[in-house]
Design a protein around this ligand. Structure first.
Ligand SMILES: Nc1nc2c(c(=O)[nH]1)N[C@H]1C(S)=C(S)[C@@H](COP(=O)(O)OP(=O)(O)OC[C@H]3O[C@@H](n4cnc5c(=O)[nH]c(N)nc54)[C@H](O)[C@@H]3O)O[C@H]1N2
Ligand SMILES: Nc1nc2c(c(=O)[nH]1)N[C@H]1C(S)=C(S)[C@@H](COP(=O)(O)OP(=O)(O)OC[C@H]3O[C@@H](n4cnc5c(=O)[nH]c(N)nc54)[C@H](O)[C@@H]3O)O[C@H]1N2
Ligand code: SF4
Ligand SMILES: [Mo]
Length: 861
């Protein structure tokens, strides 16, 4: 038995410790690391099923120039040449890097050093611009440094937790489980501020379904209330905070009206704030991804500073990070707006970094932020672009415009682990990156805790870690000495040394103690929280006068729109699905992208559940299946970000949001786009189930694809001839049925007596449930021909309903039946009866909701 390797989860910013055991080939057993302070052994559904995503299918294994293989030497020389030529001819600002919070600290450090230190431009930005940059800007404005004051222990110690624009139960599930545990233990009150009634909101003591974009009004109102109620901590302000004259004027007018919430709910909110000084405000994308995101974050921080609720156990504003190394990227300085190691472009910083890097070319001014950067690619100012660990052709706002820019760029390099992504299709040169489990380095989580990612599998094909490729290019551009690290430990030491260099306590970020560790110490590195558990406990901030700032922010008017589009995440998918999309279990939770809307809005628009609808914005249009949800506010629809052109046609959300950005941070306002929605009635619709079939892209009006056990499920709809879809069925023994009245066609293909494919298409009839047919792909005993063509078993089985618990395959109907028959009243009881929710726990909020539903049904009955 091989010993497990201690590493950190590939996904979110919670930064859970994972025990990975290589079991031969690419087989890996995954467990939570009980010794890791971020999760103490817990993992959510995504972490739990990491093992299902370790296969090599779809991997990029060799450097590719167009469609042809090229050796690493040739590839690296080519980058050095093409970048070098652009720089020589058009200056350093004619090239750019666009990187990611999913590369490691060491990768990020090398990218930043190469671009800012030696190419001499700050044109390196990252997908963190789309994610964290408003929080970064707000921290800088309030604290003088981008530093998160809080830690996860604060969630255990708070009496009141405010979740603002965060679907924590789905996006930071292990933090959520911790919050739930604390509530159970000490009755912590929970307020959720989100226009949608998410599973997170359903569990709250108070849910404020505010008008989208109105958070500044809400928090200014809370501050006005705090002042009036005598909650402002005068001593704290006098000693530690600079307040400009006029700051208090005009706060808190017509909050209920602007936020569109009941006055009684607002009063309750204020009461809770008054009652519980130990208050943590956790915020994420509903705050940051707004054209007023920085102001929103400062409005939150203002409330904490003014009431002195910061720097103490259980009291802090807490911006949580999305990606596994979003925080680490900020620490090395990978955003175009910072230089390095929490230093900006002030002349003395530039000079200091230049001496540290021994370079006379260090960038002296900020570079282009993501949206501006791709605009500069589009209009020809940028001639060479290197994209690493991100899929901007999907994830940038107005992604159609980004695609046009990529298509026009003379030289695009894409480093990815996957061969065929929407972005890779625009690459001249593709570089095969080592993936999670193969590479080594460090990441920093939401609470400033640095942990190791450790490799436990050999590098497949010619894959190489990202840092190595960039260091090789640095050498080839003539900077051999500056890029000569033998391993990631050496890079980490240099990064640590830079954080401490001439610091003298000016910057909170100082991990100088690791500057001299040896390789063995680095290998044995234990999770370490820089700055200690909490920052600013002494009331001293990183500003020149040591005082924090209350930043005057005013709610911007919110234009009335008939309909607006909000976008976000599903519980079990990660971004553009390049990894989670490989897992059959994870795709059970949602099998296709849905547009969620309020039933009354749907009725008014002539839409019913299950219809296909076209969502159109100023940027483009996409097609989604309609899902009715009275947790949506009227006038607002929601769609997930995960599907791409590789997994759908017309199901892409990324092309819909506009380019509007926050003026301070440059972060796009992804959550609020004026949109129209209308029913479409394609001539036919249906689905295909295929054994294998990964990567198949049908040729029809609309399709979406997910991985299932044994193959894929593809939903389709189209006009005219269905032949193009039918041709995707594999060869084999065909059994078919045709119902002329409903124009329904059913085909099952058997190979060696096993189901190899099935096609169900109709013009005006019903389609069977997908789950039973999908199960036939892996069933040992093949069902009878009539059953296969009916799409259901000969002897009817209990309908499980949509799967809730992906660990144990438990569906909604099974849970409702058990609740009714066994009089179950708690999530624990459901777990004991059905196992549902008893493994990773990600579905516990959903089970809680079903319990409520069951209760309502029992009352009704
Ligand atoms: N399952 C899963 N988990 C993930 C990820 C993933 O892809 N999948 N990605 C990771 C990453 S990188 C990130 S950044 C995080 C994101 O984590 P979250 O921020 O929790 O997720 P989102 O779904 O983007 O948006 C959160 C909520 O903001 C709400 N919102 C929209 N507009 C407003 C507004 O004006 N005010 C307020 N108060 N709320 C609003 C939305 O309705 C939504 O429910 O998740 C991380 N974790
Ligand atoms: N409409 C809308 N758009 C959004 C958002 C939203 O809420 N709404 N959220 C935004 C946010 S917060 C984020 S963080 C972004 C995320 O958007 P992206 O960063 O574009 O999404 P990912 O799918 O995570 O892309 C990561 C890519 O890196 C590759 N990869 C994985 N590991 C490695 C590695 O080690 N090295 C290299 N070189 N490549 C690797 C993966 O295969 C994948 O192609 O989306 C943003 N876009
Ligand atoms: S909460 Fe889930 S996705 Fe996030 S780090 Fe932990 S296991 Fe990974
Ligand atoms: Mo993110």
């Amino acid at each position: 038995m091989v010993a497990p390797v201690r590493t950190t989860c590939a996904y979110c910013g919670v930064g859970c410790g994972v025990l990975a055991t290589a079991e031969g080939g690419r087989k890996v057993a995954i467990a939570g690391d009980p010794a890791h302070p971020a999760n103490r052994g817990r993992l959510c559904s995504k972490g739990t099923h990491l093992g299902e995503t370790m296969g090599l299918e779809g991997r990029l294994l060799h450097p590719m120039l167009g469609d042809d293989r090229i050796g690493w030497d040739g590839a690296l020389d080519l980058i050095a040449t093409r970048f070098g030529e652009a720089i020589a001819e058009h200056g350093p600002d004619s090239v750019a890097f666009y990187v990611s919070g999913q590369i490691l600290i060491e990768d990020y450090y090398v990218a930043n050093k190469l671009m800012k230190g030696f190419i001499g431009s700050a044109n390196i930005d990252t997908n963190s611009r789309l994610c964290m940059s408003s929080a970064v800007a707000a921290h800088n404005r309030a604290f003088g440094e981008d530093a998160v004051p809080a830690c996860y222990d604060d969630l255990d110690e708070a009496d009141l937790i405010l979740l603002v624009g965060s679907n924590t139960a789905w996006c930071h599930p292990v933090i959520w489980q911790r919050i739930e545990a604390a509530r159970e233990k000490r009755g912590t009150k929970l307020v959720v501020i989100d226009p949608r009634r998410t599973e997170t909101a359903e569990r709250a003591d108070l849910h404020l379904a505010i008008r989208p974009g109105s958070d500044v009004a809400l928090f200014n109102g809370a501050l006005a209330f705090a002042r009036q109620a005598g909650l402002v901590d005068r001593d704290y302000l006098d000693r530690n905070v600079a307040v400009l004259p006029g700051f208090w004027d005009g706060l808190g007018a017509d909050v209920a009206g602007i936020c569109d919430v009941a006055q009684a709910d607002l009063d309750r909110f204020h009461e809770l704030i008054a009652q519980y000084p130990r208050m943590v405000t956790l915020f994420s994308m509903g705050v940051n991804q707004s054209v007023q995101g920085t102001d929103k974050a400062n409005a939150i921080i203002n409330l904490h500073l003014a009431t002195g609720r910061i720097g103490m156990p259980g009291a802090a504003p807490f911006s949580i990070t999305g990606q596994p190394n979003a925080m680490g990227g900020r620490e090395v300085g990978g955003l175009a707006s910072t230089l390095a190691a929490h230093m900006d472009f002030a002349a003395d910083n530039v000079d200091r970094v230049a001496r540290f890097w021994r370079s006379d070319r260090v960038a002296a001014k900020p570079g282009l932020k993501a949206v501006d950067l791709f605009d500069a690619v589009g209009d020809g100012r940028i001639k060479a672009l290197w994209i690493m660990g991100t899929n901007p052709a999907v994830s940038m706002p107005d992604a159609g415009k980004v695609r046009a820019a990529l298509a026009a760029c003379p030289f695009v390099v894409v480093s990815d682990v996957i061969a065929d992504t929407d972005t890779a299709r625009f690459a001249h040169l593709r570089l095969p990156a080592a993936a999670w489990g193969e590479k080594d380095g460090t990441v920093t989580n939401s609470e400033r805790r640095i942990s190791r990612q450790r490799g436990f599998l050999p590098l497949p094909g010619e894959t190489r870690p990202d840092w190595w490729a960039m260091a090789e290019v640095g050498k080839r551009m003539g900077y051999a000495d500056a890029f000569a690290w033998p391993n990631t430990a050496a890079i980490f030491r240099e990064h640590a040394a830079l954080t401490a260099f001439e610091n003298d306590g000016v910057r909170k970020l100082d991990i100088g103690r690791f500057a001299a560790i040896d390789d063995a110490d680095y290998d044995a590195f234990e999770p370490f929280q820089w700055g200690g558990a909490r920052l600013f406990g002494d009331g001293r901030y990183a500003t020149p006068d040591g005082r924090a700032r209350l930043v005057a922010v005013a709610q911007k008017p919110i234009d009335a729109q008939p309909m607006i589009l909000n976008t976000g995440r599903y519980r079990d998918q990660w971004h553009t699905m390049t990894r989670t999309g490989l897992s059959p279990r994870l795709s059970q939770h949602r099998r296709e992208p849905l547009v969620e809307m309020h039933p009354e809005d749907a009725g008014a628009a002539g839409l019913a559940a299950g219809d296909l609808a076209r969502v159109a914005t100023g940027q483009g249009e996409s097609i989604f299946r309609v899902s009715l949800n009275d947790g949506q506010r009227r006038g607002e629809i929601f769609a997930p970000i995960h599907w791409t052109d590789r997994t759908s046609a017309g199901g892409r959300t990324g092309l819909l949001p506009g380019q509007g950005v926050d003026p301070v941070s440059g972060q796009p306002g992804f959550k609020l786009t004026p949109a129209g929605i209308a029913r479409i009635a394609p001539e036919w619709r249906g689905f295909l189930i295929l054994n294998g079939g990964h990567g198949i892209e049908p040729d029809c009006l609309w399709w979406t694809r997910v991985t299932v056990a044994g193959g894929v499920l593809i939903e389709v709809a189209g006009e005219g001839d269905m032949a193009a879809v039918e041709e995707l069925l594999p060869p084999g023994e065909r059994i078919e049925a045709f119902d002329a009245v409903r124009a329904t066609r059913r085909i099952a293909v058997l190979r060696d007596g096993k189901l190899a494919g099935a096609l169900f298409m109709t013009r005006n009839g019903q389609l069977p449930d997908r789950d039973w047919l999908i199960a036939q792909l892996t069933e040992a005993e093949t069902a009878s021909a009539p059953a296969l063509l009916a799409g259901r078993p000969a002897v009817p089985q209990a309908d499980r309903g949509p799967i809730v618990c992906v660990c144990f395959d438990v569906g909604t109907r099974t849970i409702l039946t058990a609740i009714a028959e066994q009089q179950l009243t708690t999530v624990e009881a459901v777990g004991t009866a059905l196992r549902a929710g008893s493994n990773c726990g990600s579905c516990r909020p959903a089970i809680a909701r079903i319990l409520k539903e069951g209760e309502a049904q029992n009352v009704a009955a």
